[in-house]
Design a protein around this ligand. Structure first.
Ligand SMILES: [Zn+2]
Length: 158
Protein backbone atom coordinates (compact mmCIF):
# COMPACT_ATOMS: atom_id res chain seq x y z
CA UNK A 1 0.00 0.00 0.00
CA UNK A 2 1.28 3.35 -1.01
CA UNK A 3 0.93 6.28 1.35
CA UNK A 4 0.79 8.75 -1.50
CA UNK A 5 -2.29 10.89 -1.10
CA UNK A 6 -5.05 10.57 -3.67
CA UNK A 7 -7.23 13.49 -4.67
CA UNK A 8 -10.68 14.29 -5.96
CA UNK A 9 -11.22 17.71 -7.49
CA UNK A 10 -14.46 19.36 -8.44
CA UNK A 11 -15.07 19.90 -12.16
CA UNK A 12 -13.78 23.47 -12.12
CA UNK A 13 -10.33 22.23 -11.11
CA UNK A 14 -9.79 19.82 -14.01
CA UNK A 15 -6.59 21.60 -15.02
CA UNK A 16 -5.14 21.25 -11.56
CA UNK A 17 -6.13 17.56 -11.64
CA UNK A 18 -4.22 17.13 -14.89
CA UNK A 19 -1.10 18.60 -13.33
CA UNK A 20 -1.35 16.42 -10.26
CA UNK A 21 -1.52 13.46 -12.64
CA UNK A 22 1.55 14.71 -14.48
CA UNK A 23 3.30 14.72 -11.11
CA UNK A 24 2.16 11.15 -10.57
CA UNK A 25 -0.69 11.63 -8.11
CA UNK A 26 -3.89 9.65 -8.52
CA UNK A 27 -6.47 12.41 -9.03
CA UNK A 28 -10.10 12.01 -10.04
CA UNK A 29 -12.29 14.81 -11.29
CA UNK A 30 -15.87 14.81 -10.08
CA UNK A 31 -17.86 15.37 -13.27
CA UNK A 32 -21.06 16.72 -11.76
CA UNK A 33 -22.03 19.55 -9.50
CA UNK A 34 -19.96 19.57 -6.31
CA UNK A 35 -22.07 18.41 -3.40
CA UNK A 36 -22.86 15.67 -0.97
CA UNK A 37 -22.30 12.88 -3.54
CA UNK A 38 -18.82 14.21 -4.31
CA UNK A 39 -17.89 14.11 -0.63
CA UNK A 40 -19.26 10.57 -0.31
CA UNK A 41 -17.18 9.41 -3.26
CA UNK A 42 -14.04 10.98 -1.82
CA UNK A 43 -14.62 9.20 1.44
CA UNK A 44 -15.33 5.85 -0.21
CA UNK A 45 -12.13 6.08 -2.26
CA UNK A 46 -10.04 7.68 0.49
CA UNK A 47 -9.38 10.82 -1.53
CA UNK A 48 -8.68 14.34 -0.40
CA UNK A 49 -11.28 16.74 -1.79
CA UNK A 50 -9.87 19.80 -3.55
CA UNK A 51 -12.38 22.54 -4.23
CA UNK A 52 -12.82 26.28 -4.54
CA UNK A 53 -16.39 26.08 -3.33
CA UNK A 54 -16.52 27.74 0.07
CA UNK A 55 -19.87 26.15 0.90
CA UNK A 56 -18.24 22.70 0.84
CA UNK A 57 -16.49 23.31 4.15
CA UNK A 58 -19.76 24.14 5.81
CA UNK A 59 -21.02 20.63 5.22
CA UNK A 60 -20.61 17.84 7.67
CA UNK A 61 -17.73 15.81 6.37
CA UNK A 62 -15.34 13.63 8.28
CA UNK A 63 -12.98 13.12 5.34
CA UNK A 64 -10.20 15.43 4.25
CA UNK A 65 -11.02 18.54 2.27
CA UNK A 66 -8.94 21.48 1.18
CA UNK A 67 -10.40 24.78 0.08
CA UNK A 68 -7.98 26.27 -2.44
CA UNK A 69 -7.01 29.87 -1.85
CA UNK A 70 -5.14 30.43 -5.08
CA UNK A 71 -6.82 31.01 -8.43
CA UNK A 72 -3.71 30.70 -10.60
CA UNK A 73 -2.91 27.17 -11.74
CA UNK A 74 0.81 27.15 -10.84
CA UNK A 75 0.04 28.75 -7.49
CA UNK A 76 -2.65 26.12 -6.83
CA UNK A 77 -0.18 23.39 -7.58
CA UNK A 78 2.31 24.94 -5.16
CA UNK A 79 -0.42 25.28 -2.57
CA UNK A 80 -1.22 21.55 -2.71
CA UNK A 81 2.45 20.54 -2.70
CA UNK A 82 3.05 22.59 0.42
CA UNK A 83 -0.16 21.70 2.18
CA UNK A 84 0.35 17.94 1.80
CA UNK A 85 4.17 18.00 1.82
CA UNK A 86 4.25 16.32 -1.58
CA UNK A 87 7.64 15.39 -2.93
CA UNK A 88 7.10 14.69 -6.61
CA UNK A 89 9.66 12.18 -7.82
CA UNK A 90 11.21 12.08 -11.23
CA UNK A 91 10.40 8.38 -11.72
CA UNK A 92 6.70 8.97 -11.07
CA UNK A 93 6.35 11.81 -13.54
CA UNK A 94 4.20 11.16 -16.63
CA UNK A 95 3.13 7.76 -15.34
CA UNK A 96 -0.62 8.36 -15.32
CA UNK A 97 -3.05 8.82 -18.22
CA UNK A 98 -4.03 12.47 -18.31
CA UNK A 99 -7.49 11.57 -19.53
CA UNK A 100 -8.38 8.46 -17.50
CA UNK A 101 -6.21 8.79 -14.39
CA UNK A 102 -5.00 5.21 -14.88
CA UNK A 103 -1.43 4.03 -14.42
CA UNK A 104 0.27 3.60 -17.79
CA UNK A 105 1.90 0.34 -18.83
CA UNK A 106 5.13 0.23 -20.76
CA UNK A 107 4.71 -1.37 -24.17
CA UNK A 108 7.27 -2.95 -26.45
CA UNK A 109 8.78 -0.63 -28.98
CA UNK A 110 7.73 -3.03 -31.75
CA UNK A 111 4.11 -2.81 -30.70
CA UNK A 112 4.20 0.97 -30.76
CA UNK A 113 5.23 0.99 -34.41
CA UNK A 114 1.68 0.91 -35.76
CA UNK A 115 0.28 3.11 -33.05
CA UNK A 116 2.37 6.26 -33.41
CA UNK A 117 3.63 8.31 -36.33
CA UNK A 118 6.79 7.13 -38.13
CA UNK A 119 8.59 10.21 -36.83
CA UNK A 120 7.77 9.50 -33.23
CA UNK A 121 8.58 5.83 -33.70
CA UNK A 122 12.02 6.72 -35.03
CA UNK A 123 12.86 9.24 -32.36
CA UNK A 124 11.56 7.66 -29.19
CA UNK A 125 12.89 4.68 -27.37
CA UNK A 126 10.18 3.99 -24.86
CA UNK A 127 6.43 4.05 -24.96
CA UNK A 128 3.67 3.73 -22.41
CA UNK A 129 0.03 2.91 -22.97
CA UNK A 130 -3.15 3.61 -21.04
CA UNK A 131 -4.99 0.37 -20.26
CA UNK A 132 -8.34 2.15 -20.64
CA UNK A 133 -8.22 4.58 -23.58
CA UNK A 134 -5.21 2.85 -25.22
CA UNK A 135 -3.56 6.23 -25.69
CA UNK A 136 0.21 6.04 -26.25
CA UNK A 137 2.57 8.31 -24.32
CA UNK A 138 6.20 8.98 -25.06
CA UNK A 139 8.97 11.36 -24.12
CA UNK A 140 8.34 14.25 -26.44
CA UNK A 141 7.49 17.89 -26.78
CA UNK A 142 4.57 17.67 -24.40
CA UNK A 143 6.73 16.26 -21.61
CA UNK A 144 9.48 18.79 -22.24
CA UNK A 145 6.96 21.63 -22.12
CA UNK A 146 5.53 20.27 -18.89
CA UNK A 147 8.98 20.11 -17.33
CA UNK A 148 9.61 23.68 -18.40
CA UNK A 149 6.38 24.77 -16.77
CA UNK A 150 7.41 23.06 -13.53
CA UNK A 151 10.87 24.61 -13.64
CA UNK A 152 9.55 28.05 -14.42
CA UNK A 153 7.22 27.86 -11.46
CA UNK A 154 9.90 26.52 -9.16
CA UNK A 155 8.16 23.23 -8.55
CA UNK A 156 10.83 20.93 -7.30
CA UNK A 157 11.14 17.41 -8.64
CA UNK A 158 13.09 15.01 -6.45
ZN1 LIG B 1 -6.40 6.77 -20.77
Amino acid sequence: MSSRPKFLTDATLAKLAKWLRILGYDTSVYPKEAGRAMLRLAQAEDRIVLTRRGDMIERQFSGRLHLLKQADLAAQLQEIIEKYSLKPEKEKLFGICLKCNKILNPIEVEKARDLVSPYVYQHCKSFNQCPVCQNIYWEGTHQRNSLQFLQKNKIKIN
